[in-house]
Design a binder for this molecule. Sequence first.
Ligand SMILES: [Zn+2]
Ligand SMILES: [Zn+2]
Length: 268
Amino acid sequence: MKGKLTILGCGSAKPTKTTSPSAQLVELSDKAFLVDCGEGVVLTMQRLGTHTSRLYNIFISHLHGDHCFGLIGLLTTLGMLKRTQPMHIYAQPDLEKLLRPLLDYHAGDRQYEIIFHHINPRKHALIYEDRTVSVETIPLKHGVPTCGFLFKETHRVKKEDGSFEYETRKRYAYCSDTMYSEKIVPIIEGVDVLYHESTFLQSMAARSKEVKHSTAADAATIARKAGVGKLILGHYSARVEDHTLFLEEAKPIFENTALAEENDVIEL
Ligand SMILES: [Zn+2]
Ligand SMILES: [Zn+2]
């Protein structure tokens, strides 16, 4: 079964004419997972014709607004669409504290349940598992507690003696936001596709360190050290209009690099 990654937003905090804040749809084993939910997600999904009825799980990396301001819009819209299936949100505990009063005020009459699963972004742990997909946290280094997510698609294989074993078919790692951190390398080693933030260019390295983000060269170095199959760059600063500059910087370090652009669909 083909996996799919749809880029709903690949800009950093300040929205631009060509980029919305972070959000992406990961589709594996016929299931859809929303990773981060920047402002405007519901509009982008509507434009792309995304069916939210298949969406049961949302993962939020951290509580900077560019990764979660779209939640209230999305969750209230689902209420208006008469959704009845529950929605699970995996995030650090403060998100529930902040969002519950807004949901009660704006979507108190919704017909579906919102279930928060509290995660610890500082710990590498398994946070979601069904028969074919699992998700683990990847602790990242950013200005506030942040984690990425490692998706694994598993498949049940029948052995000669009739018993079953599980083999991992695909692995996708989402790492945003973070400064350069080799600590993540053992967790993401050999993944098929790595999305790593690339907010700045090397010419802005001092600023990058100061605000705890990565340059394109940082992302490519991590991809090379982890021996991943493919690197996708994103979370671009509004100060860099020409995204090909990120690609030019990353490719000499890690050849199989691509740029994320709005509405891109990438095979996993
Ligand atoms: Zn961000
Ligand atoms: Zn951030």
